[in-house]
Design a protein around this ligand. Structure first.
Ligand code: UDP
Ligand code: MG
Length: 343
């Protein structure tokens, strides 16, 4: 692949402490890209790894010119790492996949077949999750179904970020400035022809899960809050319900006061219950409101989505795409150009 011609396929793979999987991943992905009908580039995004991942990426880049990598200046999280990779892709079809081989690279052949049929987004849908703990399976099952009911856009159940997107979808995704990113939701929001390819999710090849419970929880909240206003409405409904309840209580207390003067129920118990109940309702409502306001605050600060420490192999020039929208890389890279290192 020369620098002047763009590859047909791009792979974006976020890496966070994946030294144990990287070489096997490279081997398996190479086996797939060698079968493709066009050139491919692999864009690895090092998301502030503290192990030898970056050293391995440098080494792979030296060996194989198809390997590009970005290294973020710290750990920004999976969604931002994928976003950074997408900002640099040059291919006509872009595959996003995890590094731990839970997303089987050979499925990419099927994703590409659907893309060639004319689909702009081909997402992999999990039909089974092998050897994942019951807690993860159960929470994921419940969450995806709640999200499907509540979200403004139709976000398919049991889909992750493993997908293939056409260049025009990636160009639009790259113009979306929001920082609380839930890529699988944004991908659905964009529209165009989308289809699913079912697959069985393998266990992680090696290393520990990098999505801690708190990271998964934040991702789930992001998905819900970014794509639904139902939680806000819910607090209004809870408020209305508790107002109706309090009216009932008032009538009861009045009744007891007038007709049953020595009723113990009219005393302290009722007052304490009411204080706790309405206190809880108010705190829940403020909490829900806070989730939305916190995100507004994050958005208005307008910071760049990530900071780059090192880039190799990826062209810093604008992409070859025909999109009329501004190139997001020029926005993201502002102030970091000094740090760019051409491979
Ligand atoms: N990852 C990342 N930054 C993070 C956490 C994870 O780039 O802060 C990457 C990780 O290296 C992997 C992918 O995101 O390629 C998915 O992570 P993991 O396998 O731990 O998540 P799960 O499979 O449990 O969703
Ligand atoms: Mg995984």
């Amino acid at each position: 692949m020369t620098e002047s011609t763009s590859p047909k396929y791009s792979f974006v793979i976020p890496i966070y402490n994946e030294e144990a999987t990287l070489l096997e991943l490279y081997r398996q992905v190479c086996a797939v890209i060698n079968q493709l009908d066009g050139e491919a580039e692999l864009i690895f995004v090092n998301d502030g790894s503290r192990d030898r991942s970056l050293a391995l990426l440098r080494q792979l880049h030296q060996q194989d010119p198809r390997i590009c990598y970005l290294s973020l200046a710290r750990n920004f999280g999976h969604q931002i790492a994928v976003t950074a990779g997408l900002n640099f892709v040059r291919g006509q079809a872009v595959v996003v996949m995890d590094a731990d081989l839970q997303d089987p690279p050979e499925l990419v052949i099927e994703l590409i077949a659907q893309w060639q049929q004319g689909y702009d987004v081909v997402y992999a849908q999990r039909s089974a999750r092998h050897k994942e703990g019951w807690f993860k399976r159960m929470t994921a099952f419940v969450f995806y179904r709640i999200l499907k009911r509540l979200a403004d856009v139709d976000i398919p159940t049991d889909t992750g970020d493993f997908c293939l997107m056409d260049r025009r979808v990636v160009d639009i995704l790259n113009t979306m400035p929001e920082r609380n990113r839930y890529i699988r939701g944004l991908r659905s929001w964009i529209g165009f022809a989308q289809t699913a390819v079912p697959f069985e999710r393998n266990p992680r090849y090696a290393g520990d899960v990098k999505y801690t419970f708190s990271k998964s929880w934040s991702l789930a909240l992001n998905g819900l809050v970014s794509f639904s206003r139902v939680p806000l409405r819910l607090s209004t409904y809870i408020g209305l319900l508790s107002a109706a309840l309090s009216l009932l209580m008032m009538l009861l207390v009045l009744y007891w006061r007038i007709f049953v003067p020595h009723s113990p129920l009219a005393g302290l118990t009722v007052i304490i219950m009411a204080i706790f109940f309405f206190g809880a309702v108010q705190l829940i409502s403020i909490g829900i409101l806070g989730e939305y306001i916190g995100r507004i605050y994050e958005e208005v600060k307008g910071r760049p989505l990530y900071t780059l420490a090192e880039v190799a192999g990826c062209l810093p020039e604008p992409s070859t795409s025909q999109s009329a929208t501004p190139d997001p890389r020029s926005l993201r890279l502002n102030g970091h150009d000094r740090l760019l290192r051409r491979g």
